[in-house]
Design a protein around this ligand. Structure first.
Ligand code: FES
Ligand code: FES
Length: 218
């Protein structure tokens, strides 16, 4: 390097060198990713699993990593339960397992062996909607409807939790929580795991409160 070289040149060279080096590194990373994708995932032995879903018994052999949500949607074509985030953050996949609300995207299907599962498809009785479904209809508790199956399943189980006197983080009177009153704050807190991208929360809360006053049961 000569003493009379413009310092700008050094900056330019090092920038070019940097870009070239980055390109090589990115290329190597892409190649490694492609190798990983090409490598077949080793299949674990299938596990026998007997489930009752919406009153229908199923005897299944499942790859043990199959989530309950994928079992419902991909294997059994019960696509009412939605895959919003697949990470336990949105509640769109909520279903009932033995009457309790669970996030089916975080639940391995084989852990539900011998369980009774109810999805949004199983709430109605023939043409008669479940009272919570009716309340959502009458109160416009949805806009696009994507979150609605999860909201409704969650609300069905939540109303039962409240009926059993389970307190929430905003329940102030723990001594008489067996007779707790579902307020807007209670519903908001208890339904906090169900996100609505349309922001239909006021009508969702109104729907849940209407179902509560109608004495909806799971
Ligand atoms: Fe299960 Fe979002 S898809 S919580
Ligand atoms: Fe659209 Fe809730 S109604 S995401």
């Amino acid at each position: 390097m000569g003493h009379d070289q413009d310092p700008e040149d050094f900056r330019d060279i090092s920038r070019r060198e940097f870009i070239a080096a980055s390109t090589l590194v990115s290329g190597a990373a892409l190649a490694a990713t492609a190798d990983l994708e090409a490598a077949p995932a080793s299949a674990a032995p299938e596990v026998a699993c007997a489930l009752t879903i919406n009153k229908t018994p199923y005897d299944l052999k499942l790859e043990p990593r199959t989530t309950l949500l994928d079992l419902l949607r991909e294997h059994l074509n019960l696509v009412g339960s939605k895959k919003g985030c697949d990470h336990g953050q949105c509640g769109a996949c909520t279903v009932l397992v033995n009457g309790e609300r669970v996030l089916s995207c975080l639940t391995l299907a084989v852990t539900c062996d011998a369980a009774n599962i109810t999805t949004i498809e199983g709430l109605a009785t023939g043409d008669d909607l479940h009272p919570v479904q009716t309340a959502f209809l009458h109160n416009d508790g949805f806009q696009c409807g994507f979150c609605t199956p999860g909201q409704i399943c969650s609300a069905v189980a939540m109303l039962e939790e409240a009926r059993r006197g389970m307190p929430s983080a905003v329940t102030t009177d723990l001594k008489s929580s067996a007779h707790l009153t579902l307020t807007v704050d209670e519903v908001r807190e208890r339904m906090a795991g169900n996100i609505c991208r349309c922001g239909a929360y006021p009508n969702i809360i109104a729907s849940v409160l209407a179902a509560a006053s109608a004495g909806a049961r799971a």
